[in-house]
Design a protein around this ligand. Structure first.
Ligand code: SF4
Length: 504
């Protein structure tokens, strides 16, 4: 019989979550026995000037990682509105997989019945003929209420059970939530591999020395990286986040790890615990690729002659591709994918002037080579960048092109600045090796060439929507409640002051 949890602490105030009361939620989680979880999240994902997501719910990251894996079931425990939003978004992005949901109310939360309901759902779902693993995710309210997923059975009939807390008040971005789940699965797989024989990974090449890549990359990129590794006598291990449970064993079995996306702190902890050296940055441009190949060769003990031969074979092709597709533009870069510094580095090497890079992700040692390279060329690198910082940088730098998140692109277009969505347009093309070298020039030229059209649009729409006017269904201009604007101004000022005190 599974252990029953202690009675939960009082549930957090209704309506709290990502729209208010982060400190209250965190205090509730700590009071409910989640101090260790909150401490670990704070250490792995340190906060910056913005401590609450300015984009989507962070749990979308971990949900997506689970939904993309074969034979892995996903169960969410959280408020119905959160689960609705998360499942809607995952299906919008083509998940086509079932998402389990254990609903709750104040009573089941307070009495601990929610935990029993989750445990029942796990027992019902964990069928070895269907699944290798079941992932259960506590969203904000169950985490703040201390629902103890760690008391779930570790496995049921051979199906692994993995419980994770992914609260918006502890995990700053959806990118880092991917790491919460990836790290938890790697940890489980590592302990399995240490305990005895495990399932043979698909496509395993006996005796091949491999490099494990970390990060959700454009599909052609692993092939491009594989082409760089092959002349060094190295192959590619399955990527993290993994697509199948047994891939985790193959990834852990690599000779070294390339943290191409530099924010996977928990995953890297597991690779290090397995004794694997970790290399930061990625093979972008000529200089970036040369430095990355040097670092990989060192981590994987590749003989110098083999490294030199590999570089002599690969670097001229990258140099040629870059020379054929130069970029002449001033570009600001902002995003929350974790690859922003690599993109800025590639643009810069191709000839662009890049005055600013903002990333929602935190600073880690694995992006240090890129930060140092960019800063040496006068680029301001802002970790944990808020939307306000990205917008101010764009206004200040007056770029020919702004790469950024949806609200930044919207602001840029209002101002007549050509802009591109980072996630849809930049992350959807190769970055590495010869394919990456020439990939950006075309879209940069197409967008910057449209600047005059943007200026015409701005003048055409001049005055539309500003200042406040009566909207549809109103005969006169709606009046603000007395004092409303002043109160909001003071709230914003107080928040900005508090954020300044946190620092970056
Ligand atoms: S789970 Fe996500 S959507 Fe729900 S309150 Fe937390 S951060 Fe907001």
């Amino acid at each position: 019989m599974d252990t029953l949890p202690p009675t939960s602490a009082p549930p957090p105030v209704e309506g709290s979550g990502c729209h208010g009361g982060r400190d209250t939620m965190e205090a509730a989680a700590r009071a409910a026995g989640k101090s260790e979880t909150m401490d670990r999240l704070a250490k792995d994902y340190p906060r910056g000037p913005h401590d609450q997501p300015q984009s989507m719910c962070p749990a979308f990251g971990s949900l997506r990682v689970g939904l993309r894996m074969r034979r892995v079931a996903t169960i969410l425990s959280g408020s119905a509105c959160c689960v609705y939003g998360l499942t809607f978004t995952s299906h919008f992005y083509g998940a086509r997989r079932t998402v389990g949901y254990v609903p709750f109310n104040s009573e089941t939360l307070v009495t601990g019945k929610l935990f029993e309901d989750i445990r029942d759902a796990v027992h019902e779902t964990a069928k070895p003929e269907d699944y290798d693993a079941v992932i259960v995710t506590n969203l904000c309210v169950p985490t703040a209420s201390g629902v103890p997923l760690e008391l779930l059975p570790k496995q049921i009939n051979g199906v692994r059970i993995i419980g994770i807390d992914v609260p918006g008040f502890g995990v700053p971005t959806h990118a880092e939530a991917k790491d919460v789940l990836s790290g938890a699965m790697l940890r489980y797989a590592r302990t399995e591999a240490e305990a005895g024989p495990v399932a043979r990974p698909r496509n395993l090449v006996e005796g091949e020395r491999t490099i494990a890549l970390i990060g959700e990359l454009f599909p052609a990129d692993p092939m491009g990286i594989g082409a760089l590794l092959s002349p060094m006598g190295l192959g590619l291990a399955p990527q993290t986040p993994a697509r199948e449970w047994r891939d985790l064993y193959a990834a852990l079995d690599a000779v070294a790890v390339a943290a191409v996306h530099p924010f996977y702190t928990a995953s890297i902890r597991e690779f290090r615990a397995a004794g694997r050296p970790v290399v930061g940055s990625g093979p972008v441009g000529v200089e970036g690729t040369a430095a990355w190949m040097d670092a990989i060769a060192k981590a994987a003990d590749v003989p110098a002659a083999m490294l030199d031969a590999a570089k002599a074979r690969m670097l001229p092709a990258i140099k040629g591709a870059m020379a054929a597709a130069p970029i002449k533009a001033r570009i600001t870069v902002s995003g929350y994918e974790g690859s922003e510094l690599l993109v800025a580095r590639l643009l810069s090497e191709a000839g662009a002037e890049v005055p600013y890079v903002g990333t929602a992700c935190p600073r880690t040692e694995w992006s240090d080579p890129d930060r140092e390279w960019l800063e040496a060329r006068g680029t301001h690198v802002q970790y944990r960048a808020s939307l306000e910082q990205d917008v101010h940088a764009m206004l200040d730098a007056k770029p020919d092109l702004a790469l950024g998140t949806t609200p930044l692109v919207q602001k840029a277009k209002e101002l007549g600045i050509p802009a591109l969505y980072f996630t849809n347009m930049v992350s959807a093309r190769p970055l590495f090796g010869p394919a990456g070298a020439g990939s950006m020039a075309g879209i940069v030229a197409a967008q910057t060439g449209g600047r005059e059209r943007f200026a015409r649009m701005v003048s055409f729409f001049e005055g539309v929507g500003t200042p406040d006017r009566a909207g549809y269904g109103f005969k006169t201009k709606p009046e603000d409640p007395p004092g409303f604007r002043e109160r909001q101004r003071k709230l914003r000022a107080a928040k900005a002051k508090a954020e300044e005190a946190v620092g970056s």
